[in-house]
Design a protein around this ligand. Structure first.
Ligand code: C2E
Ligand code: CA
Ligand code: CA
Length: 436
C-alpha cells in the first residue's frame, strides 16, 4: 500500500522532538515557527529559531545518532514529515563522491557541535555553529525546491494507489491510408490542486525516486485491460498498444515474466504490445535491458526505439538490440519542412529503417504537409495531433467503433479512410456502451 502524505499539525508549545531520542524522521516546516533548545530543564537554552521552508531533525536521521537538541513549536505549525526511506533512497542513488563529501561534512559538523556543547558554549548562539545560530530566515529557494519535490513525491506515491492517475490513448495510423492500427498509452496525473500534470513533469521524478516501478506496473496493467476491451469492439485486425518503458523498469529481472502474466490475465496477445524504449535506456546498463527485451520479444512483443535521433544514436544499438520499429522523434518531424538538415535526417532515418528491414513510425505529425512528406520517404506509421490527440479510454473506444462502422460501410476496405474522423458515428455509441 502506498503510504499517505505525511503531514503533522503541531500546536504552539508542543515538543516536536527531544534531545537524546532516536531520530527516525526529519521535518520540513510548512507553516509556523519552532525553537531549537540545547540542555534540559532550567538550563535549556534556545540556540536557534526556524521557520517556513527550513528543515529540522535531519542529522540524527542521516547518521543514526541520538538527537542533539529539543525542538518546540512556538506557534501552531504544519510540518511535512520526511521519512528515513525517502532520504536513504536518494543517498543510495547519489554519486559516491558526493556521498563521501556529505559523510565528511556531517562528521565534522558533529565534532564541532560536540566540542561547542562540551565547552558550555550555549546562550545567545552567536558563538555556535552557523546553521544553529542563525536568526529566523526567509525560505531559501533551493531548499524550497527540494521540499516541493519531496511533497510531490509523497503525492505521487499516494496518487498511484488512489486512482488519481489516468491513461490517455493516442491513435497510431497507417500513413498510406490513415487506417487506425493502434494506440500509444500515455499516463496523466489528475492532481487535486495543480490540475492535469504532464508525464514530462512527473515521470523524471518517478525515475529519480524509484516510484517508476509502481507507476509503470500500473500503466502496463491498466493499458492491457483497456486493450482487452478494445479487442471486443471488433476493430478487424488486432490493434497494437505501445507502452513506454524506462531503463530502470526494463532492467528489473522480473519484468518479462510480469509482462507475460499481465498479458495472459488480460487475455491479450503479447504480439499486440509494442514496448517503447529510448536510446538512453540502452546506454547505461545495457545487458539486463537487452535480456528483458529479448525475453519479451521471444513471447511475441515488439520493441520500438522511441525518440530516435535525439539520444546517442549509435548505430550499434540497432545492431545489438532486438529492435522492430524505429520511431522518428517529433523534433525532426516538426522541423523537416523548414529546416533542410532536419529534412535530411528524416530521409536518412527512413533509408536506414528500410535497409535494416524495420518498421518506421513518425510521431508529432501536426500538418497534412508533414504527413505527405513522410509518406513520400516511405514511413509506415504515423502519430500526431494532425490525426488525433491523446484521448481518454471511452473516446478511444468510440473511435474504434467508428472505424469499424466506416470499414463496414466501405465493404471491408480501408482505402477510403484518409484520417481518423473527429466525430463519432451514432451507431458507435451502442458499441461503446457494450465496452463498459
Ligand atoms: P513520448 O513517448 O515521446 O510520447 C509522445 C508525446 O508527444 C506525448 O506527450 C504526446 O502527447 C505528445 N504528442 C503527440 N502528438 C504530438 C504532436 O503532434 N505535437 C506535439 N507537440 N506533441 C505531440 P506526453 O503525453 O506529455 O508524454 C511525454 C513523455 O512522457 C512521453 O514521451 C514519454 O517519454 C513519457 N511517458 C508518457 N507516459 C508514460 C508512461 O506510462 N510510462 C513512462 N515511463 N513514461 C511515459
Ligand atoms: Ca513513446
Ligand atoms: Ca517519442
Amino acid at each position: 500500500m502506498p503510504s499517505p502524505i505525511l503531514k503533522m499539525h503541531v500546536p504552539a508549545g508542543e515538543i516536536i522532538c527531544r534531545e537524546g531520542e532516536a531520530g527516525d524522521h526529519a521535518f520540513a516546516i510548512e507553516a509556523g515557527h519552532v525553537e531549537v533548545l540545547c540542555g534540559a530543564g532550567e538550563a535549556a537554552t534556545v540556540v536557534a529559531t526556524l521557520g517556513p521552508g527550513e528543515m529540522l531533525g535531519e542529522m540524527s536521521m542521516l547518521d543514526d545518532k541520538p538527537r542533539t537538541a529539543t525542538v518546540r513549536a512556538t506557534e501552531d505549525c504544519v510540518l511535512l514529515v520526511i521519512t528515513r526511506e525517502q532520504l536513504a533512497g536518494r543517498l543510495e542513488r547519489a554519486d559516491p563522491v558526493l556521498r563521501m563529501c556529505f559523510d565528511v561534512i556531517l562528521h565534522r559538523f558533529r565534532s564541532t557541535q560536540e566540542r561547542f556543547v562540551g565547552a558550555g558554549g550555549r546562550g545567545n548562539g552567536a558563538a555556535g555553529p552557523a546553521s544553529l545560530a542563525r536568526p529566523p530566515a526567509p525560505a531559501r529557494p533551493c531548499l524550497r525546491q527540494v521540499l516541493d519535490r519531496i511533497r510531490l513525491e509523497q503525492e505521487l506515491r499516494a496518487a498511484i494507489g488512489n486512482g488519481d492517475l489516468a491513461l490517455h490513448y493516442q491513435p497510431v495510423v497507417r500513413l498510406a491510408d490513415g487506417g487506425l492500427v493502434g494506440f500509444e498509452a500515455l499516463v496523466r496525473w489528475q492532481h487535486d490542486t495543480l490540475g492535469t500534470i504532464s508525464p514530462a513533469a512527473f515521470v523524471p521524478l518517478a525515475e529519480e525516486t524509484g516510484l517508476i516501478h509502481e507507476l509503470d506496473a500500473w500503466v502496463m496493467q491498466e493499458s492491457c485491460a483497456a486493450l482487452s476491451r478494445f479487442n471486443r469492439l471488433g476493430a478487424g485486425t488486432p490493434l497494437s498498444l505501445s507502452i513506454n518503458c524506462g531503463a530502470q523498469v526494463l532492467a528489473d529481472p522480473g519484468f518479462a515474466e510480469g509482462f507475460e502474466r499481465i498479458c495472459s490475465a488480460a487475455s491479450v496477445a503479447a504480439s499486440q504490445i509494442k514496448l517503447e524504449v529510448t536510446e538512453t535506456a540502452l546506454v547505461n546498463d545495457p545487458e539486463p535491458v537487452m535480456r528483458t527485451l529479448t525475453d519479451c520479444q521471444d513471447v511475441g512483443a515488439r520493441i520500438a526505439l522511441d525518440d530516435f535521433g535525439t539520444g546517442y544514436s549509435s548505430l550499434s544499438y540497432l545492431h545489438r538490440f532486438p529492435i522492430d520499429t524505429i520511431k522518428i522523434d517529433r523534433s525532426f518531424v516538426g522541423a523537416m519542412l523548414n529546416d533542410p538538415l532536419s529534412g535530411k535526417i528524416v530521409r536518412t532515418i527512413a533509408g536506414l529503417a528500410d535497409d535494416l528491414g524495420v518498421e518506421l513510425i513518425a510521431e508529432g505529425i501536426e500538418t497534412r504537409a508533414q504527413s505527405l512528406a513522410l509518406a513520400d520517404v516511405g514511413c509506415d506509421l504515423a502519430q500526431g495531433f494532425h490525426y488525433a490527440r491523446p484521448m481518454p479510454f471511452r473516446a478511444a473506444c468510440a473511435l474504434i467503433a467508428s472505424q469499424s462502422a466506416i470499414r463496414a460501410a466501405a465493404g471491408g476496405g480501408l482505402e477510403t479512410i484518409r484520417a481518423v474522423p473527429a466525430a463519432v458515428p451514432a451507431g458507435a455509441v451502442a458499441v461503446l456502451e457494450a465496452a463498459g
